[in-house]
Design a protein. Structure first.
Length: 422
């Protein structure tokens, strides 16, 4: 499953403070990655809590924190503050003075109205790395369009790289654009921190969802722009228009398997399709794509997935199982890798969740705390700024900040933590 974390191990981003003013997925996910590497991530959210706290994906709620928020906000402290108030702005400005990264994904123009745009933040702390995430870019004709994952998938062209001609395009089975945008922002922060380490210079890091999903298709779009190959879907549901047949998922007698670019002669011999023996894999697999798909599908439906996988793998044909989430979790390689981690959350109980996508031998990522309740660390953070408890109490009474308080006095936020093996 997962190995205990050595709490004495160094962390690569220890001493780096991140102000995470983002909402939903892309920004919070990027900030969580920074927290996993040891950064002190302070989640700045409204006094009513961040939007994602009130929007449960799949209807998966929780005791006090829904699963959506829980999955994207570990290793953070929460301060709940009204940024529209002068007192609230002053608190954030004080935090900016001691921060290294400021991350936001407001709609274009909102940061300026709130007084937390790059120029304002830079004037307070010239060395800060300011990350701005938008849907389509900070300016341009689409700047005010909603940056929503499905809409960006549709616009990116990616949906028409798979499936049948004439049928509605299918979206990815995950929040693909949000995820790749988060990874892009994470990458940008690390590059900017490295530059600052060399020069002492902060900078603006601009990331937009449209460019993130477009550049992810580096190979496909180059095939179109340089190779001049049109993006043409066929009559059968091929998994990718730029990869030769058969390529996709096929029904078996008891489930599905995935099959990728086999040599037609080998495949024909294994599945008993004599017409493949006279075909050329590099030419006929393009010109007869639909025919090859249909004949492959007709043969594969006759045996079980396990039977076909054994036969195909024996001759070196690329084939594999089609998993659901339970199959994935139960897989022996996933277990060996320690891909999932478990920890005890003070309000949500045992949390089993994907861990870290990288291994660092000297500075391993780890979990210090699960996702906070809204304002759980407000008093703690205000105290660090040197504010007297009486003044903090006044701000709470005035609604400038909100404070939930610790879950239980003296209780560690995370009592059992694990990570994948290096």
């Amino acid at each position: 499953m997962s190995n205990p974390i050595d709490d004495d191990a160094p962390e690569v981003l220890s001493g780096i403070r991140v102000l995470d003013c983002s909402i939903a997925m892309a920004g919070p996910f990027a900030a969580q990655r920074l927290g996993d590497l040891g950064a002190d991530v302070i989640k700045v959210e409204p006094t009513t809590g961040e939007w994602q706290r009130h929007a449960a994906a799949g209807g998966a709620t929780g005791n006090r924190i829904n699963v959506s928020f829980l999955s994207l906000n570990r290793n953070k402290r929460s301060i709940a503050v009204d940024l529209k108030s002068l007192e609230g702005k002053d608190i954030i400005y004080d935090l900016v003075k001691t921060s290294d990264v400021f991350l936001q994904n407001y709609r274009p123009g909102v940061a300026a109205r709130l007084g937390v745009d790059y120029e304002t933040i830079k004037a307070i702390n010239p060395g800060i790395i300011y990350v701005s995430i938008s849907g389509y870019g900070e300016d341009g004709p689409y700047r005010n369009r909603p940056g929503q994952d499905l809409l960006l998938q549709a616009m990116s062209g990616a949906m028409l790289s798979a499936g049948r001609h004439g049928e509605p395009p299918a979206a990815a089975g995950q929040y693909l654009v949000d995820a790749v945008t988060a990874s892009t922002a994470f990458e940008g922060v690390l590059a900017a921190l490295f530059h600052r380490e060399r020069t002492g210079e902060g900078q603006l890091v601009s990331v937009n969802m449209l460019d993130a999903i477009t550049t992810l298709q580096m190979q496909e779009l180059s095939v179109f722009t340089v190779g001049k190959v049109p993006q043409t879907r066929g009559a059968q549901p091929h998994a990718h228009v730029y990869i030769r047949a058969p390529y996709g998922t096929f029904s078996t007698s008891d489930g599905f398997i995935a099959l990728a670019m086999p040599d037609l002669h080998l495949l024909g011999d294994v599945i008993g399709e004599p017409s493949f023996l006279g075909m050329d894999s590099e030419t006929d697999s393009w010109t007869s794509r639909d025919e090859i798909f249909e004949k492959t599908a007709a043969r594969l439906i006759t045996r079980t997935s396990a039977e076909w996988l054994e036969l195909l793998s024996a001759v070196g044909i690329w084939a594999g199982p089609v998993y659901d989430y339970q199959d994935l979790i139960d897989d022996e390689q996933i277990a060996h890798n320690g891909t999932f981690i478990e920890y005890e959350h003070p309000t949500e109980g045992l949390v089993k969740t994907p861990g870290f996508p990288y291994r660092l031998s000297a500075t391993p990522p780890r979990i210090h705390r699960g996702a906070p309740v809204a304002g759980e660390h407000t008093l703690e953070i205000l105290t660090e700024l040197g504010m007297a408890e009486t003044r903090a109490a006044e701000l709470i009474d005035a609604g400038v900040v909100a404070e939930d308080g610790p879950v239980s006095a003296g209780q560690s936020p995370v009592s059992t933590v694990g990570r994948g093996s290096a």
